[in-house]
Design a binder for this molecule. Structure first.
Ligand SMILES: [Zn+2]
Length: 471
């Protein structure tokens, strides 16, 4: 009897000290099995919206344009047009057309807390050099360099689109997206197996070298016998671009293949640029559904993460702090003290959203499987160690948020001494925020066509919904 009473006492004590433990654990569960039948159509609809976004948003310029279009349709307005901000207002700020912050104003002031998801809208790609056109062996080609970590051999013999912006001396700019809507493609030619014997001993990283990533631009001579003449005439006539206009252009070569379902069960999505337009789109999509939050909810879409988050479009810039200050001023109706601004920055609950690498079926040995993320395993809580993790107290709150909302989740820590990952989270923590790294996993990450799971997209969307509703 005494033993029985003691057990009751222990059970009661447990219930008092750890109420959050009551929520059922959703750690390492099957993300598909957790989707109720009644949500199946919504999972498919979200996947379709995501594919539509990826099809258009192949560059940060195009991603910002697309995010702006979606936001305007859901009642968001430019912050600069707003005199005063009130609870429930929906605003956005665009930084040089290449980065963007969107916010739904909360019912309490920013110094009392806000939620922020930051993700990057740039993806690994090939870029044109400043003076790209040259002639060789009867071909006109582009000289290129690259942005982010690519496996160069993947970029040969696939259709490429040319996207970005050309700015003229007269102050006008021209946005370009050639190869996405039926125009010709550009292609980096590969060498036939009949003649590649002298190159077969090249290491994997040198199958194609950086200076060998030059796509064919033209081959037809004009009346004077000049292929360059033909190419320059086409550029001038079709697009109004002269040779020196490339110097003030930002043009990228990206895979032209549209996103599509993968697998006979259509469980996966294959697409270029999922790192990290996946988290960018899903966080944006969840914010579009936010109505009257207690805490101001924000989504930050940053460029240049793949090259270190530098420059004025990267997360290392003052764009976020400047935007939070502007939100504070417009909500409070006047100037904000430095200390009030700093308090607001420190009070932000931040998620650095990015895609980790998932277990690969054939090369599973590169992961330490106890701590590896899997496609269809749900939302990933990333713990990369080396001082990048948030405090244990913050991690516990995220577990509670995931479990109490019934969201299947998993963790990711890369195999020690084999792999490393980085995110833009460090730029947020530099500003005094507790930052949690969250994402959905990819197979073939940083390739020309990576793979994600529709189930993971869905649960990441549900996570952001719960996160933005935090009090
Ligand atoms: Zn990334």
């Amino acid at each position: 009897m005494r033993k029985f009473l003691l057990s009751i006492a222990i059970v009661l004590l447990w219930a008092v000290v750890s109420p959050a433990q009551e929520a059922e654990s959703n750690f390492q569960q099957d993300a598909w099995a957790r989707i109720p039948e009644s949500d199946a159509a919504r999972v498919e609809a979200l996947a379709q919206e995501y594919k539509d976004f990826l099809r258009r948003a192949r560059h940060e310029l195009l991603a910002v344009a697309e995010a702006k279009r979606l936001a305007k349709a859901k009642g968001f307005r430019p912050l600069e047009e707003m005199e005063r901000l009130r609870a429930g207002d929906r605003v956005y700020v665009i930084n040089r057309d290449r980065a963007m912050i969107l916010a739904v104003v909360g019912s309490v002031p920013l110094v009392e807390g806000a939620t922020l998801s930051a993700a990057h809208i740039d993806s690994p790609r090939i870029e044109l050099k400043a003076n790209p056109l040259y002639e060789k062996e009867g071909f006109v080609l582009f000289q290129t360099t690259y942005h982010g970590g690519i496996k160069k051999y993947q970029w040969a013999s696939i259709p490429l689109a040319l996207v970005g912006r050309v700015s003229k001396k007269d102050g006008t700019s021209l946005d370009i997206a050639i190869g996405l809507e039926g125009e010709p493609y550009l292609v980096i030619p590969d060498l036939a197996p009949h003649v590649d014997r002298p190159f077969r001993d090249r290491k994997q990283q040198e199958v194609l070298k950086g200076e060998e990533l030059d796509p064919i631009v033209g081959t037809r001579p004009d009346a004077e016998g000049s292929v360059m003449g033909t190419v320059l005439a086409v550029l001038e006539k079709k697009y109004g671009i002269g040779r020196e206009d490339f110097i003030s252009a930002q043009l990228a070569l990206v895979p032209a293949l549209p996103p599509a379902d993968v697998g006979l069960d259509a469980s996966l999505i294959g697409a270029y640029g999922q790192d990290d337009r996946l988290c960018s789109f899903i966080s944006l999509r969840a914010l579009l559904d936010v109505r009257r939050p207690k805490l101001t909810a924000m989504v930050y879409l940053a460029a240049n993460e793949e090259v270190g988050s530098h420059n004025v479009m990267g997360a290392g810039s003052s764009f976020l702090a400047d935007t939070v200050l502007a939100l504070q001023e417009k909500a409070g109706g006047g100037e904000v003290t430095f200390s009030a601004h700093r308090r607001a920055m420190r009070s932000i609950h931040a998620v650095s959203a990015d895609t980790p690498t998932a277990v690969h079926p054939t090369f599973a040995s590169v992961q330490e499987k106890t701590n590896a993320a899997r496609l269809g395993g749900g939302v990933v809580l990333k713990r990369y160690g080396r001082g990048t993790d948030p405090t244990s107290e913050v991690l516990a709150k995220v577990r509670a948020l995931l479990d109490s909302n019934g969201i299947p989740w998993q963790t990711s820590t890369y195999k020690v001494d084999i792999a490393r990952g980085g995110t833009l989270g460090r730029f947020l923590s530099d500003d005094g925020m507790d930052v949690v790294d969250i994402g959905a996993p990819l197979v073939s990450m940083h390739s020309t066509w990576s793979l994600s799971s529709k189930a993971d997209l869905w649960w990441l969307y549900r996570f952001f919904g719960a996160f933005f509703a935090m009090e």
